[in-house]
Design a protein around this ligand. Structure first.
Ligand SMILES: Cc1cc2nc3c(=O)[nH]c(=O)nc-3n(C[C@H](O)[C@H](O)[C@H](O)COP(=O)(O)OP(=O)(O)OC[C@H]3O[C@@H](n4cnc5c(N)ncnc54)[C@H](O)[C@@H]3O)c2cc1C
Length: 645
């Protein structure tokens, strides 16, 4: 039975799962308040020589393994990762890239973990998906962050070497909205009994051990032992909780292996849990901490996905260069026709900008001195959106050959360039690990956090007028000092940021734009007050402006880092940074324009009419091949009554 959950309850669940503290400085948080704190990302932390040596040795081994042992065309053809490939990944230690050495893993830095994923994902995206679902959201990361020492000792050596893991949150009724979670964990004398059905679990069809999110009823009878991570042991709190589940436990059934548009070869499951018993030692953290664990895990875990997108963007530049210089039409290589040249420049600039953002965020993650949750979230949002546009433009550059499968190209005797596959594989990145729409909400929530702290009551629909008036007095003091600071800044001073040479102009722009963005958000708050959170198009643009400003800052800082670490590439890096910043600034200008001049209200009204069926005449003259059947079903098709007569 579908859970009935109000919008307010759903928001509250998301709010409770949020990490509310800011223990360390955050570039992103400051940026959204109009403060370009370049010192938080520049100079970039230097890579540790030991980590570089370890990382490079592993990358060489991984490259060798992929090229000699793994046939990506076979994975694509069979939609299966062969057994020997999974075994080989285990043997070279790829399952434990991020697990510290003391627990039997490789202990790679975030920078090198990302580079490994980039390498693997470029060979076949099903492989990077397997590895990142296993390590970034599977058992290792939640245990490292929240597990007890006993849990780490028991499970980390296994997931580092032999056990494939998965992360089971999604259900037929739970996608972006975990408040609807229906899987239960009923306390028993020894631990918990799990019941429910989990959907779309990557690795779920072959996993050895998984993390399951299930809801413990509040105030149940048994009192689980106090886990190490729960020093307070505050009773049967209940709520969504995270459990370690060995997959050979009785009552676990893989009901279906799902297939998708792309990522052919991933082992993605519908998993039924029926009276599955787990001991109390398998609770990670405390009862009710499940979503916080999931979200905190994703703060770092989210960097895996942009790494794969960056890999695809780099490959797109290579394919575009090779094809567009060789393919001649209308008397010259297609790359020399201006329309195609524009696209090639977009590909190259975007690959540089995406890589810069990833490098800046990953070094922050390794350095551990900053809060980088906003940067990682922006990297996911920006890389998945830009990566999609990049593959689309690459397909256009390749023309008909872009649309043709690699196998068909090879059969005709041409190079088997898998552009259509790259496009199918890329598309999911805008949907999983937080869809673009949810990332907009999540980042917007962080962007307005400082405002909520001083003026939360004013922005809350439920606050009484009297309380609002009181809150306004307190908030007034804050805004009396904050607002004037947004009028002028370094960005207006010619010659500021001079250490960046002719890239300084982009930082001056960023500084001015950060203040303008903060002012715009403030106007939005004034105009819509509590209703601001419903203005998703407005907030989405604010977030996108912030994302572009982080991208520009990263590109300039990264070009500077390249100049000191790889001086032979300094000039080219500077040129690409300059180009990326110019393109990005144009997008920022457009976003600012669209903040106040748009059809948002008309669009919203029209959408409501579409939903109400007012424009049904538009649907005349077609046949829908979908057949009948429920849009959202509790059961997989093979265990349902046939849907189509
Ligand atoms: C290939 C694949 C692998 C996956 N792997 C895993 C896995 O390993 N483990 C796991 O637990 N899950 C996994 N998932 C699930 C994935 O995380 C979800 O698909 C994702 O969270 C989105 O949920 P949904 O598909 O149900 O979309 P829905 O929540 O149904 O959303 C539909 C649309 O509405 C938008 N939307 C929803 N809520 C809002 C809102 N409040 N405001 C604005 N827009 C909104 C969404 O962005 C989307 O565009 C996987 C999915 C796929 C397809």
């Amino acid at each position: 039975m579908a859970q009935q959950v109000s919008e307010k309850e759903a928001r509250q669940v998301a709010e409770d799962a949020r990490e509310s503290d800011w223990k360390q400085p955050s570039f992103g948080k400051e940026l959204f308040m109009g403060n370009l704190r370049l010192d938080l990302i520049h100079p970039q932390p230097k890579l540790d020589p030991g980590a570089v040596e370890k990382g490079e040795t592993f990358l060489a081994k991984l490259r060798d393994f992929l090229q000699n042992e793994v046939d990506p065309a076979q994975i694509e053809r069979d939609a299966r990762i062969p057994e020997h490939v999974i075994e080989g990944l285990k043997e070279i230690g790829a399952l434990g890239m991020k697990v510290p050495e003391e627990y039997g893993g490789m202990g790679l830095s975030q920078v090198y973990y990302n580079r490994a994923l980039m390498l693997v994902g470029g060979w076949h995206a099903a492989l990077s998906t397997l590895l990142s679902a296993h390590q970034s959201i599977g058992l290792a990361e939640p245990l490292l962050l929240f597990g007890s020492e006993e849990q780490k000792q028991e499970w980390l050596p296994k997931v580092a070497r032999t056990h494939v893991s998965a992360f089971l949150l999604t259900e037929p009724d739970v996608g972006s909205d975990p408040a609807r979670l229906a899987t239960t964990a009923t306390p028993t004398d020894e631990g918990y009994e799990l019941d429910g059905r989990k959907l779309w679990a990557t690795n779920g069809a072959i996993a050895d051990v998984v993390v399951v999110m299930a809801k413990v009823p509040r105030g149940g009878r048994a009192q689980p032992a106090e886990p190490a991570a729960s020093p307070k042991g505050d009773g049967n709190r209940g709520g969504i909780s995270a459990f370690i589940l060995p997959y050979d436990a009785e009552g676990v059934t893989v009901e279906h292996r799902n297939e998708f548009m792309g990522l052919r070869g991933i082992e993605n499951s519908v998993t039924l849990l029926e009276n599955v018993r787990v001991p109390k030692e398998n609770l990670i953290g405390r009862e009710g901490d499940g979503l916080k664990i999931a979200l905190t895990t994703l703060n770092t875990g989210r960097l895996a996905l942009p790494a794969v997108c960056v890999g695809t963007a780099k490959w797109a530049v290579k394919v575009a260069r090779e094809f567009a210089s060789e393919r001649v039409q209308w008397g010259q290589p297609v790359g020399k026709h201006d329309a195609v040249a524009q696209k090639i420049a977009y590909l190259a600039a975007s690959a540089f900008g995406m890589e810069a953002m990833l490098d800046v965020s990953s070094r922050l993650a390794d350095d551990k001195k900053n809060d980088f949750r906003i940067e990682a979230a922006i990297a996911k949002l920006f890389a998945s959106e830009t990566g999609w546009k990049v593959t689309d433009e690459l397909m256009q550059i390749r023309g008909g050959r872009g649309y043709e499968t690699a196998a068909s190209l090879a059969a005709r005797g041409e190079k088997a360039v898998p552009v259509e596959q790259a496009m199918r594989d890329m598309r999911i990145n805008r949907i999983f690990e937080g869809s673009t729409e949810i990332m907009h909400l999540l980042i917007a929530r962080e962007a307005v956090d400082s405002h909520l702290q001083v003026a939360g009551d004013i922005l809350d629909e439920d606050t009484e007028i009297k309380e609002k008036a009181k809150a306004a007095v307190g908030a007034g003091k804050f805004y009396a000092s904050w607002l004037p600071g947004l009028v002028a800044g370094e960005g207006q001073r010619p010659g500021s940021f001079e250490e960046f040479g002719d890239l300084a102009k982009h930082l001056r722009f960023t500084e001015r734009a950060a203040r303008k963005q903060a002012r715009s958000l403030f106007y939005g708050m004034g105009r819509w007050q509590a209703k601001l959170e419903r203005r998703q198009a407005f907030l989405g643009r604010i977030v996108d402006i912030g994302a572009e400003l982080f991208a520009i800052s990263s590109a300039v800082v990264y070009a500077n880092t390249i100049a000191s670490e790889r001086p032979e590439q300094a000039e080219q890096a500077r040129e690409l940074a300059d180009l990326f910043c110019a393109q990005s600034r144009r997008r920022v200008d457009q976003l600012f324009h669209d903040l106040w001049r748009n059809e948002d209200d008309a669009n919203h009204k029209a959408a409501m009419k579409v939903l109400d069926g007012d424009y049904k005449f538009l649907e005349e003259g077609i046949i829908d091949p979908s057949g009948d059947g429920p849009m959202i079903a509790d059961l997989p098709a093979e265990v349902q009554e046939p849907a189509v007569a």
